[in-house]
Design a protein around this ligand. Structure first.
Ligand SMILES: NC(=O)C1=CN([C@@H]2O[C@H](COP(=O)(O)OP(=O)(O)OC[C@H]3O[C@@H](n4cnc5c(N)ncnc54)[C@H](O)[C@@H]3O)[C@@H](O)[C@H]2O)C=CC1
Ligand SMILES: O=C(O)C1=N[C@H](C(=O)O)C[C@H](O)C1
Length: 238
């Protein structure tokens, strides 16, 4: 694949290294130096890419989606902090026939954790003494809080607990990403945790998504849909 990287920080650089190891090539790199470019101008830069991978900043996401759709380049959208603009993103993709896979967390483990949490929520919710809470911890350089993953976890719990579910966010040092979901009762506490050891898992998932979306002509997919397909396929084989 000929990859266009939007954002060349912690994640962008890691995606480049992993992509190279898998025989792909980075042909375009857009950074904060491209912040003033319009979607049309960025689309011009992305011409010739077979796929784009965006790990940049929330305020640039809609511009980046439009640029990729205009250039007819399928997009892997890994940036977080833009959840409330998803309907606008979908409208842009529909209007221009763009293809995008997005996800707050591209690690396979975190996506399996979503399913464990969803199952736990269903199991625990009928016992009204239990109240859920979420804790997340990340490196000091992370801009958004709560994390995209914590918001996704809250969305999984919300159908079972109508009251607001508290999320506590810690920003310190170099923590790659830890998420905890707890269910607290008068007598005990059930605690589930996903802890990323490095960022390699995010980069590996983003490349898996890139290799998948590159074949798609259009559409908007959440990465967890791709994981569902993998779980289904592996279930059939075993
Ligand atoms: N979905 C996932 O699995 C993961 C998502 N993330 C998210 O990815 C994003 C980036 O994370 P990091 O790489 O740690 O950040 P970073 O701060 O290390 O890198 C951000 C990059 O974006 C560039 N940038 C800033 N403004 C831009 C603009 N207007 N246009 C294009 N590029 C621009 C910067 O020059 C920099 O290269 C964050 O939103 C983070 O939450 C991070 C890790 C995993
Ligand atoms: O910014 C990060 O580093 C991470 N961001 C994602 C999020 O907001 O959930 C995923 C991961 O936890 C790392």
């Amino acid at each position: 694949m000929k990859i266009g990287l939007i954002g060349y920080g912690r994640m962008g650089r890691l995606v480049e290294a992993r992509a190279q190891a898998r025989g792909h090539q980075t042909v375009v790199i857009a950074t904060s130096r491209d912040a003033e470019r319009t979607a049309e101008e960025l689309a011009g830069r992305l011409q010739g890419c077979s796929v784009a991978v965006d790990f940049s900043v929330a305020h640039a996401v809609l511009r980046n989606i439009e640029a990729c759709a205009r250039a007819r380049v399928p997009l892997v959208e890994g940036t977080t902090g833009w959840n409330e603009r998803l309907p606008q993103a979908q409208a842009i993709l529909d209007e221009r026939g763009g293809a995008m896979v997005y996800g707050a967390n591209f690690s396979i483990g975190a996506n399996l954790f979503y399913r464990i949490v969803a199952h736990a929520a269903k199991l625990i919710a009928p016992f009204s003494d239990y109240a859920p809470f979420i804790e997340e911890a990340h490196h000091a350089g992370k801009r958004d809080a709560p994390s995209g993953t914590a918001l996704k976890l809250r969305a999984l719990l919300a159908p079972h607990w109508p009251a607001e579910i508290s999320i506590a966010a810690t920003r310190a040092g170099h923590i790659p990403g830890t998420h905890r979901v707890g269910f607290d009762s008068t007598d005990d506490q059930i605690l589930l945790q996903h802890e990323a050891r490095t960022r390699e898992g995010f980069a590996a998932g983003a490349l898996l998504a890139a290799e998948w979306i590159v074949t798609k002509q259009g559409g908007c997919y959440e990465f967890s849909e791709l994981i569902d397909r993998i779980i289904e396929e592996r279930g059939k084989r075993s």
